[in-house]
Structures are given as C-alpha cells and as structure tokens.
Design a binder for this molecule. Sequence first.
Ligand code: UTP
Length: 458
Amino acid sequence: MHDRLRALHDRLDAHGQAHVLRFADALDDASAAAFADELEALDLPRLSRLIDSVLGHAPEEHAGDLAPPEMIDWGVDDARDAAARAAGAELLAAGKVGAFLVAGGQGTRLGYDGPKGRYPIGPLTRRSLFAYHAHRVLATSRRYGAALPFYVMTSRANHESTVAAFEEAGWFGLERDQVFFLVQGMLPAVDRDGKLLLADRGALSMSPDGHGGCFRALDVSGALDDMASRGLEQLFYFQVDNPLAQVFDPLFIGHHVQAGAEMSTKVVEKSDPGEKVGVLARRDGRTCLLEYSDLDAELAAARDDDGRLRFRAGNIAIHVLDVGFARTIARQGELPVHRADKKVPCLDEQGTLVQPGEPNAIKMEMFVFDALPLAERSVTQVVPREDEFAPVKNAEGQDSPATSEAALVDQAKRWMEAAGLQPPSGPAEVGPLFALDQASFRDNLTRSDLGPVFDRPA
Ligand code: UTP
C-alpha cells in the first residue's frame, strides 16, 4: 500500500473507518496520492460527532411554547416602510452590503445538465437564472452609485461550469473584482451503520454539505476577510433557484438594520396547512424554523381569529445576515446536520459498483436557517408571493420552470398594466436592467418600449 495511506490506517481505525482502505493496494500512485489527500483532509473527530448525531436522530419534540413570530407585513405602515427603505438605501449607497448567492446544490429534482444557475428561465430571452441575479446586482450598483460585491457559493461539482458561465457572459456587465466565488465544503455519505461509503476504490462518496455550509465556506475561502477589507456590514443571502428574488431589497435591509437584527428572513403567507414549506416560529425567546415535516397537523391547521393560519410565515430562504454574526457562526457555532436517506451508488464488499434501487445511504447536510435561533434579534418580513417567490425545484408540476416562467410573465404584465400599457396576449418579460420594480418600470419607459421584451444592454 502507498506509504501515505498506510500511515492513515490507525487514525481511520480509531474512528471505525479503516475499511475505506480495503482496496487501496490496487491503486496506482496518482490515485493513491489523491485518495490520501482526501482522507487527510477529513476532520475525523468532527465527522464521528456528525455521524453519531444523524444515526441517533429522532423526530424533534416540539414543546408547547411555540408561538408565531412577530411579522412585519408589507403595505401596512407606509411611514415605517419609508423610513426602513431610506435606511436600506443609505447602507447600499455607502457600499456596505454584499449579495450572497448560494448555488452549490446538486439540483437533482430538476435534473438539468449543469449548474442550476445556467437554466434559461427568461420567458422570451431565455436569460439564465445567473443572469437575473447578476443583473440585479448590476442594476442596484448603478442605482446607488456603489459597486456592490457579489459572493457566489459553488460546490466542487459545479464550480468550473459556474465560473465559465460568468466568463462567457462577460461577467454579466459586472466588474471582475465585484464577483467573489467560494467553494463550499463536502460531507461523506455513510451507510446505516455510519460507515463511510466508497464511490471508487480510491474515493469516498461525497456531496455538498448543504446551504448551511455557507458560514464555514465564507470563512475558509477568505470571503469574510474580503468583506472586512471592503467595509461590508450586511450580506443579502438568496438562493439560485428563485428568479424573482429582489436582491438588495432596501426595504428588507432597512427593517433588519433598524431592528439591530443579526439574521432576518423574508416569508410569504402560507395559506394551505398542507403546503410543504417551513414556517418561522418563536421558541424560548428566539426565532426558529419549523420544517413542514416537523410541524404537527394540529398546529399546522391552527387559525387566528381572522381566519388566517397561525403559523403562516412561510420561509422563502431570503435573509439578511449581519457580517459579524456570520463570522461568529463560522468560527464558533457548529450548525446541526440533518439526515437524508438517499440512493447512493457505491462499492460493495467485493469492490463492485452497485446502483441501489432503494435508499441505502445517509447524506448529511446543514441548513442555513439553523442559524436563526443563534441570532438574538431577527426580523420576519412578509412579502407578496407573486412578486418575490417562484422557485425552480422540480422538472414538472409545482415549483417547476413552467410555474416560475408563468410568474415572471405575470409580473411583467402587471407592471405593464400599472404603467398604462396593454399587455400582449402571449408572454412578456422585463429584464432587471430595465427595471427592478414596478415604480422604476413606469419611470424608465420610453416611447419605443412597447414590449413584449423590456430590456437594456449591460
Ligand atoms: P435545494 O435545497 O432546493 O437543493 O437548494 P438543490 O440542490 O438546488 O436541489 P435538489 O434538492 O438536489 O433537487 C436550495 C438552494 O441552496 C443551494 C442550492 O444551490 C439552492 O440555491 N444549496 C443547496 C447549496 O448552495 N449547497 C448545498 O449543499 C445545497
């Protein structure tokens, strides 16, 4: 066996994982060296802790002290909103906010060949998800006269193709040094006994460590240091699959800052108790997220006097994070890992690759919302679903490209109508460089803009 691998044996054995060296004798020098790199990089004590926690996982008991969070509803208090918007705008103009896109997921449900951000979602232009987001960063930078930085988290599997998408598009009009890529960490898959699985004779079966891996990734990549050198105070966190995400929304940033919050969340109203969305709640004086699978049916269906669901704050995974808070979580807090039982191809004891028909493996993932209870203060901002949330998750049906495109078309037509234009019978599309919101759509219209595509070059 290769010397470096032999030297690892005892360490692995101390954690019950020496079986991963079972086929190491057969590896050529290059494969053995690559495998040794991978194994040496494992933090075995941490891994053992994580494996123990997922194997011992029991459904969380929710005590009776759950309450809905205090919510800031949109369009209720105009004066308060105006003050918040001004505070958010001031911070943006001072260049103190960065955008943080997490795009390291595997997109298995969509089944698209390539990073999900490359998906051509624009109803008429086929503009990609990446283009929507990057153009919002660009348009906001222009609006406030500050080159706002754009942090993009990838994973090993999609990093190169993601960077290439930006390169091919001329950085979507952004300055090269406005964009900072960071690669998230990986965690191994294990079998039901907690044993590491092999993807190959010289490779573990690994997958991205979840969007909650973003805190650690911000730190190890140097992104936090980059933020410090730019004097950033807040990070606008969002996910790649939602082309309606209003990146850098000054209203949300303003409410967060005015409350002195460390991590805030946008939510949409959940109206059907059965909708599969996590809801925000308060427990022990902190905001937390209840996954839909953890919310018991009675609580899920409970209603307020006005007939609305009591737990209606449906999470849409858009946050503002105080940069200092993100640093504290990255350096001091370990988020819990969640267990997902999946079908993972792996080597059997004879070294043959098997394609399981049933879930055979446990994948471990961290979730960004697990940082919420660690925040002393948190704002929950309700926003209209039709303007802010149309994720691309599945290939068909709910939350698919079809529903997301329909939402983009619907928004474009509503903006046209509000500006006194007759919407077309077919699709319409508004690019972020033309307008970021309904008011700027109306203001930016010229006589030659009649649709159905409203766009400006980068
Ligand atoms: P999802 O939880 O919807 O996962 O991610 P996904 O990987 O996109 O799709 P499936 O579940 O495999 O079908 C929500 C957001 O979090 C990011 C995704 O890129 C997406 O923006 N994410 C998810 C990461 O950045 N890293 C991860 O490890 C997981």
